[in-house]
Design a protein around this ligand. Structure first.
Ligand SMILES: [Zn+2]
Ligand SMILES: [Zn+2]
Ligand SMILES: [Zn+2]
Length: 258
C-alpha cells in the first residue's frame, strides 16, 4: 500500500493570505501546505481521503487520473469544499464514484451540495455535476472502500466528530482532540500513524497540538508517526529537528510505502 500526503495544512492553509510571518514567507517548499488530503493506492486501486479546496491542484501534482472511492473524515469546509473537482473523473469516465461518509453528516452534505445530492438535483443537458453516490457508515464500522478494508473510528473534535480509520498497518487520525479509550485496542501498536497537530503549546479546543499528538502516539505505541494538519506557526525544518525519533512532519507530496 502506498500513501501520498496530498495536503498537510490546517484549515487556513499555509501560507495564510496576507501573513508575513517567517513560515508564510519561507523559501522552503515544505512550508507550503494545502488543506488536508490523502491518497491510498494498492494494486492500481485508489482511495482519496477528503476533498479539500485545493483538490484539483493536488490531483494534478500527484498525477491522479482515476479514483475508485472517496472517504470523507467530516463536513468541515477545509475537508470537503473541493468536492466538485471530482467531476473531472465522473464526467469524463461516465461512472458513479462512491463517497463514504459518517451517517451523522449525510443530511448536512446533501443540503450543502444540493445541486447534486439534493432532492431536486438536476443537470442542464450539456452541463455536468459530480456523479457521486453517498455511502454512509457508523463509528467502529467496517467499510470496504476501493478494495481497502477500513475500520472506522470517531474522534472528538470540539462539538463535532471527525472519522479516521485503521487499514492494515496504517491508522489515520485527523482533526481529533482526543483518542477515545474504546478505540485504543484497534489502534494499539499500529506500524504507521498519521495524526493531526497544529503547533507547540497553547492547547486548542478542537485539535491536538504537537505535545498532545506525541502523547497520543506514545499511548498507542505507534510506529513511525507523521504529523499533519499543520499551521504556519511551525516551520518544517525546525519541527523536524525537534521531534523525537520515529516522528516526522508530513509535507505536501510525501509518499510512503507501507
Ligand atoms: Zn481540518
Ligand atoms: Zn504566517
Ligand atoms: Zn475539522
Amino acid at each position: 500500500m502506498r500513501l501520498t500526503f496530498l495536503g498537510t495544512g490546517t484549515s487556513f492553509g499555509v501560507p495564510v493570505p496576507g501573513c508575513d510571518c517567517a513560515v508564510c514567507t519561507s523559501d522552503n517548499p515544505r512550508n507550503w501546505r494545502t488543506r488536508h488530503g490523502l491518497l491510498l493506492e494498492d494494486e492500481g486501486r485508489r482511495l482519496l481521503v477528503d476533498t479539500p479546496p485545493e483538490l484539483r491542484l493536488q490531483l494534478l501534482a500527484a498525477k491522479v487520473d482515476h479514483l475508485d472511492g472517496v472517504f470523507i473524515t467530516h463536513a468541515h469546509a477545509d475537508h470537503v469544499h473541493g468536492i466538485d473537482d471530482l467531476r473531472a473523473f465522473t464526467t469524463r469516465e461516465g461512472y458513479r464514484l462512491p463517497v463514504y461518509v459518517a451517517a451523522e453528516y449525510e443530511e448536512e452534505l446533501r443540503t450543502r451540495f444540493a445541486y447534486f445530492w439534493g432532492p431536486d438535483a438536476r443537470t442542464t443537458p450539456g452541463s455536468s455535476v459530480p456523479g457521486l453516490d453517498l455511502v454512509t457508515f457508523e463509528d467502529r464500522d467496517r467499510v470496504e472502500a476501493a478494495g481497502f478494508d477500513l475500520e472506522t473510528v470517531a474522534f472528538p473534535h470540539g462539538w463535532f466528530r471527525s472519522y479516521g480509520f485503521r487499514v492494515g498497518d496504517l491508522a489515520v487520525i485527523v482533526d481529533a482532540k482526543e483518542v477515545p479509550d474504546s478505540a485504543v485496542p484497534l489502534l494499539q501498536g499500529v506500524p504507521v500513524l498519521v495524526i493531526n497537530a497544529l503547533w507547540y503549546g497553547n492547547p486548542h479546543p478542537t485539535h491536538f497540538n504537537v505535545e498532545e499528538a506525541l502523547e497520543a502516539a506514545r499511548r498507542l505505541e505507534a510506529g513511525t508517526t507523521y504529523l499533519t494538519h499543520l499551521t504556519h506557526r511551525v516551520d518544517h525544518a525546525d519541527l523536524e529537528s525537534r521531534l523525537p525519533a520515529g516522528v516526522k512532519p508530513a509535507w505536501d507530496g510525501l509518499t510512503i510505502e507501507i
